[in-house]
Ligand binder design. Structure first.
Ligand SMILES: [Zn+2]
Length: 257
């Protein structure tokens, strides 16, 4: 997950300087159709720039989460940290039994129209990874009671205002908060950290980069010149990894000399 940092130092939550000892992570979604991170932060070239003059890095903006997940300038999904993790945010109001603002690190997932499956899968995965990172950092058990919760669960527990997020969205795409907690736990264990497809893609990328490298050492150029002159190899892609059959072809060509 691409994680950027843009601390909202003009926001009241930052300025008042109150801190918490994080004992949980609360998941929110914004409740407005605007998946761009630049809606909420001033932005930069990679995040995209806020052009509406309505980001949250402003005095007398009383609400703030610790991070947002949404679309970067290039349309891919990333996250931006907006408060130090142990700064007290203001994201869930309070309930009959207190406020998770005093205990939970919180992030907002930027909503789109809620129907786009590929956007949901990307932000869900980013949310899993961010929650896993935070649980690791603060030694939290994501499956323990009340640790990783969404806003609506916080309300049910009496520690948050009456909002429906994220349960008005996750179930549309077949996800529950129990599934989310399990996915966070799995991510922490390192299982499913990389799929075979991801590994193959990375290996392919590595091989392609090696194939584009130029041979810049004198001994390399000498070897290339020799085999080229002898017709043993075309001398191309000098730092690529050869297959067995490519080696066989070169040996065969040398044997014919
Ligand atoms: Zn919320």
């Amino acid at each position: 997950m691409k994680l950027y940092t843009q601390i909202l130092t003009k926001n009241d939550c930052y300025k008042c300087g109150r801190t918490i000892t994080p004992s949980g992570v609360m998941v929110h979604s914004t409740g407005a159709n605007n998946p761009k991170l630049s809606r909420y932060v001033p932005g930069n070239a990679e995040i995209g720039y806020n052009t509406g003059g309505n980001h949250w890095d402003m005095p007398s903006t009383g609400a703030c989460v610790h991070a947002f997940i949404g679309k970067l300038a290039d349309g891919s999904v990333g996250a931006v940290q907006t408060l130090p993790w142990n700064r007290r945010g203001w994201h869930c109001g309070k309930g009959s039994r207190g406020s998770a603002n005093d205990t939970h690190i919180a992030f907002e997932i930027c909503e789109d129209g809620l129907e786009d499956r590929s956007y949901f899968q990307a932000v869900y995965q980013a949310a899993v990874e961010l929650a896993a990172d935070l649980c690791k950092q603060y030694s939290l058990d994501p499956k323990a009671d009340g640790v990783v919760i969404c806003h609506s669960e916080g309300h049910a527990r009496g520690i948050a205002s009456n909002h429906g997020d994220v349960m008005h969205w996750f179930p549309i795409h077949g996800k529950t908060m129990d599934m989310f907690r399990n996915d966070v736990a799995r991510a922490m264990e390192g299982e499913d950290e990389m799929t075979q497809e991801q590994f193959d893609a990375m290996l392919e990328n590595y091989l392609a980069r090696k194939a584009q490298e130029k041979a810049d050492q004198p001994w390399e150029q000498m070897a290339i010149d020799k085999v080229q002159a002898a017709g043993i190899s075309d001398g191309q892609r000098p730092r690529a990894i050869p297959t067995r059959v490519e080696v066989m072809a070169m040996v065969a060509a040398a044997m014919e000399q």
